[in-house]
Design a protein around this ligand. Structure first.
Ligand code: ATP
Length: 369
C-alpha cells in the first residue's frame, strides 16, 4: 500500500508555469483521477510523479520516501500511456514476461506471476498467441497485464483509453475499475473526460491553468463545486447558474431572482453579488403560474429514460431534467420550482463557492492546498 504526497509542486518551462504549487495527498489504494481541460498541467503533474520530468519546486514522497529527484526506475511505479502499445514481435506471454525479465526476476516467479495476471485478466487462453491478430479488448488486457505483472507501488495512467471509440471506452472503464477493486494499487489516472473520471475515481482532482481547483469524491465535485469553473466543467447537462440581484449577508435564506424571492440554504458568509447554482435534476416543471419562476419551453431533448427541457425565464435559460412520465411541449408556458436543499451559491466576484447550510453537510474526501 503506497501513499503519494506532493507538496507545493511546481513546474516551469522557461518563463511559462505549467504547474503552480500543487499540494495533495493521494491516499494509498485509491483510484485518483486528474481531470481538466487540455493544457491545464495534468500530464506534467503525472510525469513528475513518474520521474520523467523533474519539478522546479516542491517535493514528492512515495511511502514516506522523498522520490522528487529519483529516476523513474528507482520509484517502483508503472506508467501506462496507451494501453494498446505492445511489442509486436513477441507473443502474449512474451509481452507479459518482458518487464519481469528486464528486472531479472527468477524464471519460476515469472511463470507464477504471468499465470496469475493472465487469470485475473481472463487471457489465459491467449498466452501462446501472437499479439498482432488480437481483438481490441484482448490487446488492451494484455497491455494492462504487462503493467500489473510488475506489482508496482502505483500505476500512473495518461489518457490510456484516449484512442478508443465511445462504446469500448465504457467497457474498459468498467474493466479497469473492477481490476482496481481487486488489486487496490494506488492509481493516478489523467483524463479530460468527465464521464471517465466519474466512472473510475475514488477521488477527482480538477485542475485548470496549472492549479488544483478542487480535490474530492465524484459526489463532492458534482454536488459542491468549489468554484464556477468546476460547476461549469462537471455535469451534462450543465449546472444552471443564475445571477441573483442583491447582496446577501450571513443568515440570509432567500435571494432575489428576476424580482422574485427564491428560498436558498442559509448563507454563512456575506457576498456583494451572488450566482445561484442548481442542477437540472433539482428543478421541477410545474403548470403555468405555479412555482417560483415562470417561463416558456424553448427546446426539448429526449433521452429515453428522461427529457431535458430548456425553459426561457426572466432570470435566463434554465435546463430542467424531467423523468419520462412528464412530456414537455415546445412553447408551453410552465412554472419552475427549485429543490432548496440542492442549491449552491457562489460569490460572483471571487467565483468561489459560498459557505451555506448545504455545504456544511459535506466534508471533502481529499486534502489539497
Ligand atoms: P493535454 O491533455 O492536452 O496533454 P495537460 O493538462 O496534460 O493537457 P500538460 O501536457 O501538462 O497539460 O501541459 C501543461 C502546459 O505546459 C501546456 O501549456 C503545455 O504546452 C506546456 N508544456 C508541457 N510540456 C512542455 C515542455 N516540455 N516545454 C514547454 N511547455 C510545455
Amino acid at each position: 500500500m503506497s501513499e503519494i504526497r506532493i507538496q507545493n509542486l511546481q513546474k516551469r518551462f522557461a518563463d511559462f508555469t505549467a504547474v503552480r504549487g500543487s499540494s495533495l495527498v493521494l491516499e494509498s489504494g485509491k483510484f485518483v483521477v486528474l481531470l481538466g481541460p487540455s493544457g491545464c498541467g495534468k500530464t506534467t503533474t503525472l510525469r513528475m510523479i513518474a520521474g520523467l520530468e523533474y519539478p522546479t519546486g516542491g517535493t514528492i514522497t512515495l511511502e514516506d520516501q522523498d522520490v522528487t529527484y529519483l529516476r523513474p526506475r528507482e520509484r517502483d511505479i508503472a506508467m501506462v500511456f496507451q494501453l494498446f502499445a505492445l511489442y509486436p514481435h513477441m507473443g502474449v506471454r512474451g509481452n507479459l514476461e518482458f518487464p519481469l525479465r528486464n528486472e531479472g526476476v527468477p524464471r519460476a516467479e515469472i511463470d507464477r506471476r504471468v499465470k496469475e495476471v493472465a487469470s485475473i485478466l481472463r487471457i489465459e487462453h491467449l498466452l501462446d498467441s501472437s499479439v498482432t491478430g488480437l481483438a481490441g479488448g484482448d490487446r488492451q488486457r494484455v497491455a494492462l497485464g504487462r503493467a500489473i505483472v510488475r506489482q508496482p507501488k502505483a500505476f500512473l495512467m495518461d489518457e490510456p483509453l484516449g484512442t478508443l471509440d465511445a462504446e469500448f471506452r465504457e467497457l474498459m472503464c468498467v474493466e479497469l475499475r473492477k481490476l482496481h477493486d481487486r488489486l487496490k494499487t494506488t492509481t493516478v489516472f489523467v483524463t479530460h473526460d468527465q464521464n471517465e473520471a466519474m466512472a473510475l475515481a475514488d477521488h477527482i482532482v480538477v485542475m485548470n491553468e496549472g492549479e488544483i481547483l478542487q480535490a474530492d469524491s465524484p459526489h463532492g465535485i458534482y454536488s459542491f463545486p468549489s468554484c464556477l469553473f468546476v460547476a461549469k466543467f462537471i455535469g451534462r447537462p450543465p449546472m444552471n447558474l443564475l445571477n441573483a440581484e442583491a447582496p446577501v449577508v450571513r443568515g440570509d435564506n432567500s435571494v432575489r431572482l428576476a424580482r422574485r424571492s427564491i428560498d436558498v440554504p442559509t448563507v454563512d458568509a456575506p457576498a456583494a453579488s451572488i450566482v445561484l447554482g442548481i442542477r437540472p435534476e433539482h428543478v421541477r416543471l410545474l403548470g403555468a403560474d405555479q412555482g417560483s419562476l415562470g417561463g416558456t419551453i424553448e427546446h426539448v431533448e429526449y433521452f429515453g429514460s428522461h427529457w431535458v427541457a430548456e425553459v426561457r425565464t426572466e432570470a435566463g435559460a434554465i435546463k430542467v431534467l424531467a423523468d419520462k412520465s412528464v412530456r414537455p411541449v415546445l412553447q408551453d408556458r410552465v412554472g419552475l420550482s427549485f429543490d432548496t436543499r440542492h442549491i449552491v451559491l457562489f460569490d460572483a466576484a471571487t467565483e468561489k463557492l459560498l459557505p451555506s447550510a448545504t455545504t456544511r453537510t459535506h466534508t471533502p474526501s481529499m486534502r489539497h492546498g
